[in-house]
Every structure is written in C-alpha cells, then in structure tokens.
Design a protein around this ligand. Structure first.
Ligand code: ADP
Ligand code: MG
Length: 448
C-alpha cells in the first residue's frame, strides 16, 4: 500500500464543560488520506465533519491521538495544505488579485513571483479579467472561484474543502464541481489528494474515490468505502443510484449499517443476496407527510430535496425521513435528489381530513407489509386482538431491539391515524376499532 500523506491515529476531540462532564465531539478515530484519492466525508449536521477536517488539516489540535504528515507528527513539520470554506472567507477590502496573493505574501514570497503565480491561477479557474474586482462585485460562484484560486495558488499537496458548493445555486455548483474535477484529472494542479466535506450525497458519489460517512454523538466512522466507478460518472447508471441509496440508508437509519453494495464497474449492480423482509418504516408522522406534500405542491409539485431543506431552514436529516415516508407510501417520487409529487400524493394532500385518512389507509396497506400483517391478523382472529409481542418477535429478527420498538411505534402511529386498528397501551394489544363497538353491542344484547 502506498504511504499515506496524512494519517490520523485515534484522534478525538472533546470540549471541556463548566461541569466535570466534557462534550465528546469525535470518538477516537483512525483515518488516512492516500495520494491520488478524492475522499468525501458525509454525515448529519453536528456529527463533527468540520471538526475532523480541522484536525486532519492541522488547523486544530486533537484532544487525544495523533496526526502524522508523511509519518511525521504534524506539528513538527511544514505541511502543504489549503482549505476552501463554504463561506468563501475572502477579505472584502482586498481585490481578487490581492486576495489570491495573500497566502503567498504570508509565506514571504516576493512581489513579482506572487503576482505571476496569482495571475496564472486566476486564469486557470476562469477569473482572468477579474483581478482588479472586489469580492462584493462578484456573484457567489465567482467568489468561490476566488476561494479556489487562493487555495490552489500555494500548490497544496492536500486540498481540503468544507462544503465548498453548499452556498451556491445548483447550476453554479455543478459547473464548479466539474471544472475542479477536470483540473484534478488532467493534473493541471499538482494537488495529490482532495478531502471534501459535503452534505450532498450525489456530490460525494460524483466526485469521490472514497466515501466516509460519520455518525454522531460522538462523531464516529459508520462506513468507509471505495467508490470504484470510472469517471466520468453517470448519475443514471444503476451502480450510481445503488450507491446513493446505500449512503442515504446509512444516513437516515442510525441503527442499521447495511452492507456496501457490490457493483459491477460497468454500472450494473449485483443483486442483493439477502432481501429484507420488512421495509424500514421511516419515523415520520402522517401530519408531517401531508405538510411536506402541500409544500411541494407550492413548488409546482417538483423540487430538489436539498433546496427544499434550505428554503425551509430544515436540517436535511430531519427532512429525509418525511421524504422517505412519502415515497414509501407512493405519494412522492424521488430521483437523484429531486422530488416530484405523484397523482396519489396530490390527491392525498388536497383532500379533506376524512378522505385523507381513507387514502392513507389504502396507501399504507398497499405499501407497508407490517401494517398489512397487523390488519390481517386482527381480522382473522375471532376476538380481533393480537398482542404486541407477536409482532415484536417478528421484527426483532431483522432490527435491533431499539429499532424494533421504534418500528412498532411508527406502525401504531400510522395505523391509528389510518383507522386500521387501535392499540391498547395498558394491555399492549392491537385491537380492531370496530371490535369495541361489536364487543359492546354483544354485551348489551346479552344483558338485555
Ligand atoms: P459538522 O461540521 O458535522 O456539522 P462540527 O464539526 O461543526 O459538525 O461540530 C460538531 C459538534 O461539535 C457540534 O455538535 C458542535 O456543537 C460541537 N462543537 C463545536 N465547537 C465546539 C466548542 N467550541 N465547544 C463545544 N462544542 C463544540
Ligand atoms: Mg461543518
């Protein structure tokens, strides 16, 4: 194996608290960055992506563990890294050229060379002609180009980027992303490795040779795998969508770590050997699903999930379970991060409450095996009640204990709303709503 450029060994980060407890942000973690690779780091917000990036790039000191640069402790050697930030972080009082020259000036490089190198890199990133402009005169996309130029002008061995495209509109992000990839692939820039933090799953699968997903509380590596798809990548290929789905699953389902999909490099995917019997119910409320659909109708029935999260100031990982649930019920179609409402979804969102319950009931029994089973069991039993444990036993074959409990809670929530069944929390039994009436009427008739 090639020697790593950067190697973190049991690095962790915690913050002291006024009380004795400390906040652990990153659990002890091993991680390395090898030459020739683009590594993408994904994870829910607050999982510690930026913290990890800062430790790997030497910007902040780990609370424990060590970081090595070519096998030497990072604080004992000169390291060659640059960081591109989401917020651009330009000096507003300097021109584009002066902004790009700034890191060279800090390194003590003399004026003439500084200028020549800066002009050259401005040309490379498509900013020729903008040298004398001030950041405020530029669009977001152009400002981030300055951010890239400033990072690249020092010819970093490793280029770090923390959500560099997140503040840009979709098209601008797309352009910058492919231009960067081209610079990298054609070796126009001498950069040896790229480490990019992103919350965009597709972006990771488009760019990266290797993807790491962090879980939170404290931050830890959930999965770390090589992408192995040839460039340029086709978003529509089965292998691409398979990987997107896999990462999406890891991100939305903290209790389950599915196997990394095995892919044929030609874009076909190997069929899963082990089919899950139960689909995982996303933990979303029926009211939330209806609310989401109404909002999507306001976006003319079609939008990008990330844009939606941004517009609503929602955390993407809070929004995803609702999107997931709507998709499971056949109310939404999700493709490459774009959501479109289905005719069934539109009808559901635009109906009045009783009709909504009826439509939800139909969709839930059609698409959710567990709800179908509960309903069938209740209808087939003479007393129309079934103990909760019966279903817990079936579910815990597949899910962790905690997730089994959550699955059942969500099923109860949905089933009650759809008036498919009721749940007697005292007796821990499912019951058919009519049963109570029937039971009552039987009792009445026997009393009379
Ligand atoms: P991400 O980039 O994945 O969104 P961050 O690395 O920015 O996450 O933050 C990870 C966690 O560390 C967050 O929960 C944040 O609140 C916490 N954190 C960051 N800085 C401090 C600090 N100085 N003191 C206490 N907690 C902090
Ligand atoms: Mg961050």
């Amino acid at each position: 194996m090639t020697e790593a450029i950067i190697r973190a060994q049991q690095v962790e980060k915690f913050y002291a608290q006024p009380s004795e407890n400390r906040i652990q942000v990153i659990a002890p973690t091993d991680l390395s960055i090898a030459p020739g690779e683009i590594v993408a780091l994904l994870g829910p917000s607050g999982s510690g992506k930026s913290t990890l990036l800062r430790m790997l790039s030497g910007l902040s000191k780990p609370s424990g563990g060590k970081v090595f640069w070519h096998e030497k402790p990072i604080d004992t050697v000169q390291i060659h890294v640059s960081i591109v930030f989401q917020s651009f972080a330009l000096f507003p009082w300097l021109t584009v050229l002066e902004n790009v020259e700034a890191p060279l000036k800090a390194k003590g490089i003399e004026a003439e060379e500084r200028r020549a190198r800066s002009l050259k890199i401005l040309d490379t990133v498509g900013l020729d002609g903008f040298a004398a402009a001030y950041p405020k005169e530029l669009s977001g996309g152009m400002r981030q180009r300055v951010g890239f130029a400033r990072a690249l002008v020092v010819e970093p061995e490793v280029l770090f980027m923390d959500e560099p495209f997140s503040a840009l509109d979709v098209l601008t992000a797309e352009n910058l992303r492919s231009e960067l990839l081209e610079l990298w692939q054609k070796k126009t820039i001498p950069t040896q490795a790229i480490f990019i933090v992103t919350h965009n799953i597709e972006e990771a699968v488009l760019l990266a040779d290797r993807i790491i997903v962090l879980g939170r509380n404290p931050g830890h590596v959930r999965t770390d795998f090589k992408v192995g798809l040839p460039q340029p990548r086709d978003r529509k290929s089965a292998a691409f969508t398979k990987l997107v789905d896999y990462i999406y699953t890891v991100l939305t389902r903290p209790d389950v770590t599915p196997d990394v999909p095995r892919l044929h490099t030609d874009g076909r995917h190997v069929r899963d050997q082990r089919q899950m019997r139960y689909e995982m119910l996303p933990h979303a409320r029926p009211g939330g699903i209806a609310g989401l659909l109404e909002i999507i109708i306001d976006f003319s029935g079609h939008t990008d999930v990330y844009r939606l999260a941004d517009e609503l100031a929602f955390e993407i990982d809070d929004l995803l379970p609702i999107v997931d649930a709507a998709q499971l019920l056949g109310f939404l179609m999700v493709e490459e991060g774009d959501v479109s409402i289905t005719p069934a979804g539109r009808e559901y969102a635009e109906s009045e409450i009783l009709k909504q319950k009826e439509l939800f009931r139909a969709a839930a029994t059609e698409h959710v095996l567990l709800l179908r089973q509960i309903n069938r069991a209740l209808n087939n039993k003479t007393d129309h009640t079934v103990p909760e444990e019966f279903f817990l036993d079936m579910l815990d074959e597949q899910f962790s204990e905690e997730e089994t409990q959550r699955q059942l809670e969500t099923a109860i929530n949905w089933g009650r709303y759809a008036e498919l069944f009721d749940f007697d929390a005292a007796r821990r039994r499912f019951i058919l709503p009519e049963t109570e009436e029937t039971a009552a009427s039987i009792q009445e008739s026997s009393e009379s």
